[in-house]
Design a protein around this ligand. Structure first.
Ligand SMILES: Nc1ncnc2c1ncn2[C@@H]1O[C@H](COP(=O)(O)OP(=O)(O)OP(=O)(O)O)[C@@H](O)[C@H]1O
Ligand SMILES: [Mg+2]
Length: 253
């Protein structure tokens, strides 16, 4: 069943058509890779779908409802969560707080005094703390929990970004270059974790330049070029497609 669909999306920046009448449908449970030369429109497609920007034309449908232009927070509450190519965590906050505060409807420390908190709020907070600790452990960030995020390496920031996304308990997880700047060992570990999440039912779409890891991981590969889908299919078929070879060897990468 289709979980997400984009129909005839268009997004222009000045005279440039970053997304040029693109349509795509993703079924529940799929693990999909998106590749393409720099500037092909991959991040812009994610932005249009996740509500970071509103497309000029076209319709985005998620879980049976039209969501075109809905803000990212609203979509996240409905289970559509994305990460960014450049990490956006707050550098002056600790790693633990960055993960903890990613949780939806998180009561801030200052909003109410502890005395006024109801039992259910306190148990919700406890659940958030437990989940935070679990995620920090999963992504081997537990030893860095009290470190300021600004002190993390690029790869560690990617892990933090992933942990923050999972804090939102997504049904559809959209990752923009999750392996960029991550060392090979950690890349393999993140890929394995993504595979497990998918096996547990999460639908995942990954933009990535690191083709070797990506093509081993995904069941379906979509190639974007100049704001359109060039080829969409099984990874082996896609990578041996003449149009894809030409797009990649044509000096555009
Ligand atoms: N906010 C913006 N304002 C103006 N132009 C933009 C904006 N965002 C993207 N673009 C342009 O739209 C085109 C597609 O960009 P996009 O970031 O989607 O590409 P991409 O496929 O993600 O590339 P990369 O692999 O380098 O991340 C590029 O030409 C880019 O310069
Ligand atoms: Mg991009």
């Amino acid at each position: 069943m289709s979980l997400l669909s984009a129909d005839e999306l268009v997004k222009e920046f000045g005279g440039l058509r970053a997304i040029d009448g693109l349509s795509v449908s993703i079924d529940t449970g799929e693990l999909v890779g998106v590749i393409g030369p720099n500037g092909a429109g991959k991040s812009t497609l994610f932005n249009c779908i996740s509500g970071v920007i509103t497309p000029d034309e076209g319709v985005v449908t998620y879980d049976g409802t039209e969501v075109t232009g809905d803000p990212p927070e609203k979509l996240a509450r409905r289970g559509l969560v994305r990460t960014f190519q450049s990490t956006r965590e707050l550098e002056t906050m600790t790693v633990r707080d960055n993960v903890r505060l990613a949780a939806p409807d998180q009561p801030g420390e200052q909003t109410l005094s502890a005395l006024l908190r109801t039992d259910s709020m306190q148990s919700a907070e406890r659940a958030v703390r437990t989940r935070t600790d679990e995620l920090l452990e999963t992504f081997e960030l537990d030893h860095l929990a009290d470190e300021y995020s600004g002190n993390l390496s690029g790869g560690q920031r990617k892990l933090l970004e992933l942990a923050r996304a999972l804090m939102l308990d997504p049904d559809l997880l959209m990752l923009d270059e999750p392996f960029a700047g991550v060392n090979p060992t950690l890349t393999d570990e993140i890929a394995e974790r993504i595979r497990e999440l998918n096996e547990d039912g999460m639908t995942v779409i990954i933009i990535e330049h690191e083709l070797e890891t990506l093509t081993e991981l995904v069941d379906r590969l979509i190639v974007l070029q100049q704001g359109r889908i060039l080829v969409d299919g099984q990874p082996d078929d896609v990578l041996s497609d003449d149009r894809v070879i030409e797009a990649y060897l044509g000096g555009e990468v």
